[in-house]
Design a binder for this molecule. Structure first.
Ligand code: BGC
Length: 475
C-alpha cells in the first residue's frame, strides 16, 4: 500500500490505542508460540504424570495441530460474521479457559480436549491477528507488524521452553510443576483476553457491514488528524468497490488453482523439512544421543528465535527464493550430518557411554539446521502465501494453505518418535534430507520471486498465464 506523506511524518507519534492494538496482536503470536513450544520441555513431566508411552505423548502433542486445522477452517467465517474484534475475544477466551482447565490436571481425555481447543484458538489467532493488524494499524507500521507476528511465535517458543525448564527444576514433582507450566500460558492468555475487550473493531469490517459512522469513530481514535481519517475512509470505500471474496468456487479457476498449488506445496515442504520434530522433540532426541541438561533443552528455541531477527531484514534484501535455497541446502546437509551422527552411535543401551565426536556433530548439525529454517522457510513461506493470491481469493487461499500447514505439522508431530523407534534413530534424518532435496527442486521449478513487485503486478501476470516461476518478473 502506498504511504501517504502525512502518515510518514507522524511515524513514532501514535496514540496509545495504537500501541494497545500492537501489544494485543503480539500476544496472539506469543500464544501460538507458547502452545507450540510447550511440549519440548514438559514432555518428560507429562509422561511421568499421565504415564503415557511414546505414542501417547505424540498423540497429545499432535492434537494441537488437529485443533489448528479446524480453527483455520472456521476463522474465515468468524472473521466475516462475528467481526475481527469478537473473533479475537473468542480466541482469547478459549486460550484462557483451556490452559486454566489443563492446570487442574484433568483426566487425559479432557486434557487432550483442552489441547485441541488451544489448537483451535491458535488456528483462529493465526488468521485473525494478521488480518486485524493489516486493517487497523496505521499504514507505516503495517509491514513491520506482519513480521512481528512471526517473531512473536519464536519468542513464545523460547519463553515457554525457558520457563518449563525452570519450573521442572525447581518443583520436581509433576503434580506441582505441571499446573505451574500451564498457568504460565494462562497468564499470557488472560492478558490477551482482557486486552482484546478494549480493542476497537476493524474499520474495514465496519464499512463492509455498512456501519460508516462507527468506522469513522474508530479511525478518529487511532489516527491523528481528520485528513488522515478522510483519506483512509476513501481508500476503504475504493477497496470495497473492487473485487470481493469469491468463495470456495474460485479454487476451480485455472489461474487460481495453479498459484494455490504453489502455496500448498510451500506449506507441505515447510513442515516436511522436519522443523516440528526439532521444536517438539529435540530434548528427547538429544537424550537418545546421551545429551541432557540445559544445552539439550534450550539450543533449538534459542537459535530459532535469534535467527528470525536477521530474516526480517534479509527477506527484503536477498529476496524470498535465495533465502529458501540457503535454508533448504543448510537443512539438507545438516539432516544428513545428524543422520550420520546417529548411525555412528548405533544402538547403545546406555546413552551416557556415547563418545564426544557424534554428540558434537549432532549438536552442530542441529544448530545449523535451525538457523537454516529460522532465517528462511519459517518466515518466508507465510510471507509468500500472503502475497501470491489475487485479492478476490486471498481469504480462501490463505485458509487452505494454513490448513495444509497444520495437517503436515500434525503428521510430523504424531509420527516422528515412533518412526525413529521403528526404523532406527538415523532413518528419519535421511528421510527429511531427501525431502529437503525435493524442496530445492520445487523452489527452482515453481516458486516465483515476489520481492519488490506489487501485488497488483503479480495478479496481472498470473491472469495473463505467465509461467509460475516467472510471476514476479515485471511485465
Ligand atoms: C511454522 C511452525 C513452527 C515454527 C517454528 C513456523 O513458521 O509454521 O510449524 O513450529 O515456525 O518457529
Amino acid at each position: 500500500m502506498a504511504q501517504d506523506p502525512g502518515h510518514v511524518a507522524q511515524a513514532g507519534g501514535y496514540k496509545t490505542i495504537v500501541y494497545v492494538i500492537c501489544a494485543v496482536a503480539a500476544l496472539g503470536g506469543l500464544l501460538f508460540g507458547l502452545d507450540q513450544g510447550f511440549i519440548a520441555n514438559s514432555l518428560e513431566t507429562l509422561t511421568e504424570h499421565y504415564q503415557f508411552g511414546v505414542e501417547g505423548g505424540e498423540s497429545y502433542s499432535a492434537i494441537l495441530a488437529t485443533g489448528g486445522i479446524f480453527g483455520a477452517l472456521l476463522s474465515g467465517i468468524f472473521a466475516r460474521f462475528l467481526g475481527r474484534k469478537k473473533s479475537l475475544v473468542l480466541a482469547g477466551f478459549i486460550f484462557t479457559a483451556a490452559s486454566a482447565l489443563s492446570a487442574l490436571l484433568p483426566p487425559l481425555p479432557l486434557l487432550s480436549a483442552c489441547r485441541f481447543a488451544l489448537g483451535f484458538a491458535v488456528g483462529i489467532a493465526s488468521f485473525i491477528v494478521p488480518l486485524y493488524l493489516s486493517e487497523t494499524a496505521p499504514a507505516p507500521i503495517r509491514g513491520s507488524m506482519g513480521t512481528l507476528f512471526q517473531l512473536m511465535i519464536t519468542i513464545g517458543i523460547f519463553l515457554i521452553a525457558l520457563s518449563n525448564v525452570f519450573i521442572a527444576r525447581t518443583f520436581v514433582t509433576p503434580a506441582t510443576s505441571l499446573p505451574l507450566m500451564f498457568l504460565t500460558v494462562t497468564l499470557f492468555a488472560a492478558l490477551m483476553f482482557a486486552g482484546s475487550f478494549i480493542l476497537p473493531e476493524s474499520p474495514r469490517w465496519l464499512m463492509l457491514k455498512g456501519r460508516r459512522d462507527q468506522a469513522i469513530t474508530v479511525l478518529r481514535r487511532t489516527l491523528n488528524s481528520q485528513a488522515e481519517v478522510d483519506a483512509e475512509i476513501g481508500e476503504i470505500e475504493e477497496a470495497l468497490h473492487g473485487p470481493q471474496g469469491a468463495g470456495f468456487r474460485i479454487v476451480f479457476r485455472g489461474y487460481f488453482f495453479k498459484v494455490l498449488l504453489v502455496g500448498v506445496l510451500l506449506q507441505v515442504f515447510q513442515q516436511l523439512v522436519g522443523i516440528n520434530m526439532m521444536i517438539y522433540y529435540s530434548p528427547t532426541i538429544f537424550g537418545y544421543a546421551g545429551m541432557t541438561g540445559l544445552l539439550a533443552m534450550m539450543t533449538v528455541p534459542t537459535v530459532n528465535m535469534l535467527f528470525t531477527f536477521p530474516a526480517i531484514h534479509l527477506v527484503e534484501k536477498w529476496g524470498r527464493k535465495k533465502l529458501l535455497y540457503v535454508g533448504a541446502v543448510s537443512m539438507l546437509i545438516t539432516m544428513l550430518a545428524a543422520g550420520f551422527a546417529f548411525q555412528s552411535i548405533g544402538s547403545v543401551s546406555d546413552p551416557s557411554l556415547i563418545s564426544g565426536a557424534p554428540k558434537t556433530l549432532l549438536l552442530i548439525s542441529v544448530i545449523v539446521y535451525i538457523f537454516g529454517f529460522a532465517v528462511s522457510w519459517g518466515p518466508v513461506v507465510w510471507l509468500v502465501c500472503s502475497e501470491i493470491f489475487p485479492l478476490e481469493g486471498r481469504e480462501v487461499g490463505m485458509t487452505i494453505t494454513t490448513m495444509v500447514n497444520w495437517t503436515f505439522a500434525g503428521l510430523v508431530m504424531a509420527n516422528a518418535l515412533t518412526f525413529m523407534k521403528t526404523y532406527g534413530n538415523a532413518s528419519i534424518f535421511f528421510v527429511f534430507a531427501a525431502l529437503c532435496a525435493l524442496a530445492i527442486v520445487f523452489v527452482a521449478l515453481f516458486v516465483p520471486e515476489t520481492k519488490g513487485i506489487t501485488l497488483e503486478e503479480l495478479e496481472f501476470n498470473l491472469k495473463k498465464g505467465v509461467r509460475l516461476r516467472d510471476l514476479g518478473n515485471r511485465a
